[in-house]
Write a protein that binds this ligand. Structure first.
Ligand code: KIV
Ligand code: ZN
Length: 502
């Protein structure tokens, strides 16, 4: 299998996404995670562009172990000097020089002749080569450049010492067949091309960045430049997670491998999203919130029977615990039944049919039906016959200088049970008293309390989660007295556990 070098430019091109500015500390945090993810090269910034960028690149170079640390520079000696000063601290470092080679960029932006551009590119690479061995050259807007001139520049910079030559689709204009052809032409026309690694850097203006990058890889490139979540200038860059998971999922087709630890993808994506403040669209491939969620009844049935019916990669392969079955109006009986089991309900056929029709009616009115809604449906229908232990009375004594004591009276099968206990506070004391009555200790894994109405007499709602035999049982209780709400919540979770045994 051929290895594809993953060059991550989240901290440089990704940071060029409007509104995505990162401070030095945040950049370092992302760099550490990129290193754990296993990227081969981190483009940490454009040191000559600002003092802040210089500092970030230097810090990433000093502190990040593993990947090559790269900085971007224009084909100017001052940019190259500044870039070198920033990346010099890294054990493995690279200077990445770019210069446009397309007629439109040379005429209107650079205002230079092609001859002068050629010379400037070669001179810049030679200049950088005196400082550092690893030099990358990018022919900016390569996909709109004249192919013979592009070949000449590629040959010239390789002769000048470039170790990687990047062919960017800077404006995301190319399409896969055409871009693959450009790469094939370079491989057939540039005599010294095998002396350098050929790379691509595709933008997503037409939504083709991933496809163009993979087409280029099929035509011979061995480095792909990409970003986490596809961040980048305008519509962004090729997204790392899409490139890597394409290669991973279609291994036999591509015959490529990468050094990426795919199980770190989800974590990295979430970190970048939270630090840049750029949300991931729910239907984004691989890392979107819906990428492993199933709503349609036919799909849910299929996935529950055999995940591969509707999943081409496992959620675990990108670091997620599991896929999700979203209950909504398209969901069917299988998904509803699975959710009831997860929530600890065991219903008779008649109860199930009634709950299912209530659920369908609710789903018609409400986009998403959450666990709490299902609980409410089932509990409203069957609460009376299903309560095993009910709160009959509660007495608490507590204060800043007295030991809290809870006295609890519960009713079960019309009989009353009483227990008293002390603990770390009134809630803990009452939970201990309940456990004495039930004759069993429970593992509380989450407890939350919030107000569900306004004012001094607001109703408090407690939600508890108890772990039992590897499953989570949720309990909810409401009251104007928060201790009573907490006790009701604990009892409702315990009842649910006990019900699963009946
Ligand atoms: O899009 C582009 O051409 C770039 C270069 C600097 C590589 O970002
Ligand atoms: Zn770019």
């Amino acid at each position: 299998m051929e290895n594809i070098i993953i060059f991550d430019t989240t901290l440089r091109d990704g940071e060029q996404s409007p509104g995505a500015s990162l401070n030095t500390k945040q950049k370092l945090e992302i760099a550490y995670q990129l290193s754990t993810l296993g990227v081969d090269v981190i483009e940490a910034g454009f040191p000559a562009s600002s003092v802040g960028d210089f500092e970030s690149v230097s810090l990433v170079a000093k502190k990040t172990k593993g990947p090559v640390i790269c900085g971007l520079a224009r084909a100017l000696s001052n940019d190259i000097d500044v870039c070198f000063d920033a990346v010099k601290y890294a054990k493995k470092n690279r200077i990445h020089i770019f210069l446009a080679t397309s007629p439109i960029h040379m005429k209107y932006k650079l205002k230079m002749s092609s001859e002068d551009v050629f010379q400037m590119a070669v001179d810049a690479v030679k200049y950088a080569k005196n400082k550092i061995s690893d030099v990358e050259f990018s022919a900016e807007d390569a996909s709109r450049s004249e192919i013979d001139f592009l070949c000449r520049v590629v040959e010239g910079v390789i002769d000048a010492g470039a170790t990687t030559v990047n062919i960017p689709d800077t404006v995301g204009y190319s399409v896969p067949s055409e871009f693959g052809e450009i790469i094939s032409k370079l491989f057939s026309k540039v005599p010294n091309i095998h002396k350098a690694v050929i790379s691509v850097h595709c933008h997503n203006d037409l939504g083709l960045a991933t496809a163009n990058s993979l087409s280029a890889a099929i035509s011979g490139v061995r480095q792909i430049e990409c970003t986490i979540n596809g961040l980048g200038e305008r519509a962004g860059n090729a997204s790392l997670e899409e490139i890597v998971m394409c290669i991973h999922t279609r291994k036999k087709l591509f015959n490529f491998e990468t050094n990426i630890k795919t199980t770190e993808i989800s974590k990295t994506s979430k970190l970048v999203s939270s630090l840049t403040g750029i949300m991931i669209q729910p239907n984004k491939a691989i890392v979107g919130g819906n990428a492993f969620a199933h709503e349609a009844g036919i799909h849910q049935h299929g996935v529950l029977a055999k995940a591969q019916t509707y999943e081409i990669m496992t959620p675990q392969s990108i670091g997620l615990k599991s896929s999700s079955i979203v209950l909504g109006k398209h969901s069917g009986r299988h998904a509803f039944e699975k959710k009831l089991t997860e929530l600890g309900f065991k219903l008779t056929v008649k109860e199930f049919e009634k709950s299912f029709s209530d659920f369908k009616a609710l789903a018609d009115k409400k986009k998403n039906v959450y666990d709490e809604d299902i609980e409410a449906i089932v509990e409203n229908e069957f609460a009376e016959e299903k309560q095993i232990y009910e709160l009959s009375d509660i007495f608490i004594s507590s204060g800043s200088s007295v030991k809290p004591i809870a006295k609890i009276k519960l009713k079960k099968d019309k009989k009353l049970f009483f227990a008293e206990s002390s603990g770390d506070g009134p809630v803990d004391s009452s939970y201990k008293a309940i456990e004495k009555i039930v004759g069993q200790k429970f593992k509380l894994v989450d407890y939350s309390l919030k107000s569900v109405s306004i004012g001094k007499d607001a109703v408090g709602e407690a939600i508890v989660k108890i772990e039992h035999k590897g499953k989570i049982f949720v309990g909810r209780g409401t009251s104007t007295d928060v201790i009573e709400a907490s006790v009701k919540a604990y009892l409702s979770a315990i009842n649910r556990i006990l019900r699963t045994r009946v």
